[in-house]
Design a protein. Sequence first.
Length: 717
Amino acid sequence: MRDDFLSGLNPEQLAAVTLPHESALILAGAGSGKTRVLTTRIAWLVDSGLASPFGLMAVTFTNKAAREMLTRLTAMLPINTRGMWVGTFHGLCNRLLRAHHRECGLPAAFQILDMQDQLALIKRVMRALNVDEERTPPRQVQQFINSQKESGIRASACESYDPQTRRYIDVYGEYEQQCQREGVVDFAELLLRAYELLSRNAMLREHYQQRFRHILVDEFQDTNRLQYQWLKLLGGPDTAMFVVGDDDQSIYAFRGANVGNMRDFEREFRIGKVIRLEQNYRSFGNILDAANALIENNEGRLGKQLWTAAGPGEPVRVFEALTDQDEAHFIVEEVRQLHREGTALADMAVLYRSNAQSRLLEHQLFAAGVPYRVYGGLRFFERQEIKHALAYLRLTANRDDDGAWLRVVNFPARGIGARTLEAVQVAAREGGLSLWASCCSRPPGGAAANKLAVFVRLIDELSAEIAELPLPEKIDALLDRSGLRDYYRAEKDGEERLENLEELVNAAQNFQYEVEGGTVEDFLAHASLESGELQAEVAQDALQLMTVHSAKGLEFDAVWVCGLEEGLFPHENSLSAHDGIGEERRLMYVAITRARKRLYLTLATQRQLYGQTRYNLASRFLREIPEPLTQWLNRRPPSSANHGGYAAPRVQTGAAVYAGTQDLQGFRIGQSVKHGRFGQGVIVAAEGSGDDARVQVNFPEAGVKWLLLSYARLEAC
Ligand code: ATP
Ligand code: MG
């Protein structure tokens, strides 16, 4: 048995899997088998009797990764892996808090707020405090609160003399209290509470320290400070910490992740020798070389080289489209071609930097009848209709959940007006009560009272009716009783929403199957923590669409990385951030290294995004990939001589400039022109002809842009 899963490992991997009981750090590049080593070590520990399945904890980055780990373990071990502590930081903290909700001051049925719910609650608090949303944008307050929590700082411990920051702190304080009143916690709170629970309660801490003799962490480079502190609390004197990561794949600095944790870990856990894995088993040589060359442009790396025995494979294909429509069209056609040639759709992925890019792709995939699945984006559980249904479920479990109350008290409409709601909120605030409690104990007068009473009765009756039903039937019943089904049935475009509601019943069914004895609270927690992965269960073979961030740790036979343009990837927001370009480059490294056999890099000169037409230069990352590794499908590569600063003008000369023979609608290279938005500039290059003719103009104000002559309305000057 043991030989089965150990055979095939290379000597370094085998040594790592079978390390004695001590803490270890594996620092290795993409595709070198870190996750495989970590999973195999769990199997080896359990199989050789060195750990019980419940005496270890493994932390992964996504629910998908956690599930995959459990599936692999099930294949390696003849045990039921269901109760094992394998999950994400959030998932594991949630589990800890549920088990000890009393000790940490939470109701048994505490609910988790996702980012949307959190923002809504912050807005409510701001309104109650009369804080102006224009001057103090709620999203910034949200960021402030989350980053304070991630640094382990409660509102009471925040200090500032700056009036704006003081305002943030006031909202933070009131928000904390409101969450406590409602019995809800946000994502950052899950971690902070779990941390505080263990740091304040020595008995509990020792219990877990003795229990978990092994703690294994994947993607360690992306842990933030608080997560690391939490891990340190859980690890006792006899706990072996097994940590794997890759500094080149650190892509969450913007959320507080800290690569420095790797250095700290090495020091604090007295790691004698960092283990390195250098053979890549995932990708062919050209893909790997492209990734290696790209990441070499970053500074301050811990440094490592990857090699593969797989041979060079195909060149990296680059396609430059004129418009984003053409780019999407190209991708869809290639996907279909590969599919015809025998690659399963699920083994292909299109990766993009920003969620907004998926819409056009989805549109064209839909039109072409190619099944696809979007990860991230608007998650299944974040859809309006699903939130409404879950709000009813939440209220049946916890009447004090104000967020849920507000969401459905007048949905479907019951004639409860904004003024009534306002009055209830004021009364609740004054009485220090939840909206529900306030409504019951001091209802507003007049006709409104009757309408509110109808709602109260509905929830009470609904709770009683579904109390004894299994979870999927509970949901099925509440969809009818609440009027949600009828509402969406009557709505003009409600069909998809109805389907989603039916899908929710399926989701509950699957959940019951997966989590034996799962309660309503468990399901609701799952809904908040899950990232839309449930749809995978029902979808047939489907192309995978996701942001590069969500592709972490995954692999596919063929990968398209699209939108490779300055401003999009690297993202324009990164320019002002510390090490922003470095982080974007690591993101690009992650993207490239997802591909096993075939990699496409695509870009469009002209793109419609966020309601604007943008004309972008090719991404600098394209220039950082050595030309011999690539095959430009429709154009010659950009000159690699132009390394360097942002938006460095890419002035093409010689053969690339066809101006002499080309119809440029009367314009010529070197000519001064004027554009309605960008002002005056000089034409520095040109391409194409007829309707497709475009020129590159250097605008002193706006930078260098490619413009389609037929659209740009340039004037000679
Ligand atoms: P990432 O940094 O992207 O998370 P990783 O280092 O975790 O990558 P894995 O996902 O564990 O890498 O492994 C990459 C691929 O290589 C997987 O398909 C894995 O099964 C395969 N692999 C790893 N080690 C070996 C080996 N010794 N022999 C054959 N295949 C291997
Ligand atoms: Mg991995």
